[in-house]
Design a protein around this ligand. Sequence first.
Ligand code: SF4
Ligand code: SF4
Length: 269
Amino acid sequence: MKYFMHNEFEISAKLENRIKMYFDNVDIITTEVKIKNKVYKAIVDIKSFLLPSNFDCFNCLTNCCIQFPYEFNRKSRKIILENLKEYDELTKAVSILKEEGLTELEIINSIKNDDMLIPQEHVKKTFDRCTCSCVHIDRSLCALHKICVDRGMEMKEIIDIKPLWCSIYPLEVILDEDNLLYIFVPNKKNDYLAMNDSEIPCMDIKMSKSPYFRRENPIGFKEEDYKPFIESYHSVLKYILGEKFVNDVENNLNLKKAKNQESQYNKKI
Ligand code: SF4
Ligand code: SF4
């Protein structure tokens, strides 16, 4: 077994047993998902999709929750290079690398070729997280996402540009040797199986009210904005995993069809 979103990170035999035992003991459905034009059979921990969540990242004043997203595709590199000035204004990534001794040509080549858009020796040493993570006025944003929104792009175009893991975070997807996917929303009952963190305020109402979160986010998150994970991520999951997947999950949970909710995704700041 491997973690699908984590660069196919291998899972130990012991953890593999625990994953299988977990899925033997929770309510599951079997469905089909289509990721990047490839169809997989999937076993889904159905009740985990009821977890109340609120992915209002553009209103969340914490840094991007993803430290380094493994890889950027050709489209993301192209849009950054076409908007290099804005990318630098937002992230200071170009200016910082120049201060570190790189020429503009070397920086451009790195954006074109390096996994994290910067030379490997600067990953973690110069930047503690993805160079697209930035602060704009009073918000912590993804510069790549903001540049796309400012260009008037639709949700689907933005998903195609951003690293896949960023769009689907923190959903956990595990791939086994038979190309079967195990899919679950990380939560307190299963977080020992996940690499993605569920201890984040948008996945935990109590945490969003904590003094720690309120110190950084004085406005906090409104309780009424929390919806079952399948609902708050409806449009994103429909686009990435396919209509059959969201229909099967919603029907099985007897939820009304969630409306497409792209407003949190396309917010202009
Ligand atoms: S805590 Fe949640 S809402 Fe805030 S940045 Fe992370 S994923 Fe987004
Ligand atoms: S590309 Fe954006 S969402 Fe993804 S890790 Fe970087 S800052 Fe976060």
